[in-house]
Design a protein around this ligand. Sequence first.
Ligand code: ZN
Ligand code: ZN
Ligand code: ZN
Ligand code: ZN
Length: 310
Amino acid sequence: MALSQQVQSLAEEAVCPICLDLFTDPVILDCGHNFCRSCISQCWEKKEINSCPECREEFPERNLKINRALANLAEKTRKLNLNRKEKESKLHCEEHQEELKLFCETDKKLICVNCAGSREHRDHRFLPIDEAAEIYKDQLKSSFDSLTEKKLAFLETKLKQKGKISEVREQSSSLQAHITSEFSKMHQILTEKEQRLLRDLREEEERILEPMEKNLREIQENLNSIEEKLSKLQKQMEQKDELIFLKEEACRKRRISDERQKLSVSAAGLSIGKFKGPLQYTAWREMINSINPGKTLLFIFLMLNPVVTG
Ligand SMILES: [Zn+2]
Ligand SMILES: [Zn+2]
Ligand SMILES: [Zn+2]
Ligand SMILES: [Zn+2]
């Protein structure tokens, strides 16, 4: 028995003897016969005694037990039939209800023999279905192949593009590191230069100020002693006793002869040129010299001749 026949005989088991359709909500009687719930209910409504429509066994009580196994079988059979009907309807020409046996190449459409003879397809090219399928499968295969080739090419290009992207990324990050390190060198050199200049300035300031401060102290000492003498002279001038006055006067004259007067200003200036000169230029020169001694001359040349570089 072929599979379809087996399915058919199985499907017959799922048919209600009253409505001759697939069971809907099947119930089983105590005699073992099955019916749709609505079919047996309707059947019993008209009669005074409830009996089985198949075997005539009588049931004083309405005892309708649901038959789940049969319900499942009916449901599955219904689905199977639906699928088969769908398939069958697809394989037949809607217009002529004939099997679709030909392929109209002109319209790219499945047609039946009647269609082929109709005016609609006059002078069109037809192919048997298997031949057409083979031709189109070949075409599909070749477009599949060419698309696969294209895909490979794209994959290769993608790989190359990714390579270029990571190349640029790597380059950029290494340049970033370079910039950071170069500038930190420059910062260091500039800071050192600044500290050195400030230290030099402080030292020079101290060196120059030292004799000046010393001179200032001496001037002050002189002033103090002059003040002292002035006040003594003042007292002497106020002396009324002539004898004492003359005695003091003799003493004063002797002392005055060994007095030496200091009246000079110690003057010296800071090296303005060193601290106020073109600091940028000297800093740059030192910087380029410390980083790349060989290029100092070229650098200075370029710096002094901006037109050449511009
Ligand atoms: Zn029924
Ligand atoms: Zn029965
Ligand atoms: Zn047709
Ligand atoms: Zn056609």
